[in-house]
Design a protein. Structure first.
Length: 124
């Protein structure tokens, strides 16, 4: 009986400390009002996803699993014409989505879904 209580408490403690990894799909759509190509370069601390060039209304998608600490972060550089901006495209503490559809406007990125919201670009 004591062993069962110890095991139960250990599992409860693990659940409280660690998040179970989740499969995440990030979709980025070029909806620049100027109808020009959007260059996207996304990275995390562990992965460099390379440079993608999106024509207007084209979607770029990447998938990953969150880490157990709940600190997964992917950030992207976005450029067109003479503009360049950064944005944290996925932050585990902010984003509660497994399907994360982003639309990139010149003013900033917008996340669509039940909690749809538009953000400002990160400060340089």
């Amino acid at each position: 009986m004591l062993l069962m209580v110890i095991l139960l408490n250990t599992n409860t403690l693990k659940a409280a400390i660690f998040d179970a990894p989740k499969e995440i799909s990030v979709k980025i759509t070029n909806v620049l009002e100027s109808n020009e190509n959007l260059t996207v370069h996304c990275k995390s601390g562990d992965n460099d996803l390379g440079v993608q060039v999106l024509k207007p209304n084209v979607i770029y998608e990447f998938n990953f699993k969150t880490n157990v600490w709940g600190s997964t972060l992917f950030f992207c550089g976005f450029s067109w014409s003479k503009e360049f901006h950064w944005f944290d495209i996925f932050k585990a503490k902010r984003d509660d989505c497994s399907e994360c559809p982003w639309s990139i406007f010149q003013a900033g990125p917008c996340l669509y879904g039940p909690k749809g919201i538009c953000y400002q670009w990160n400060r340089q």
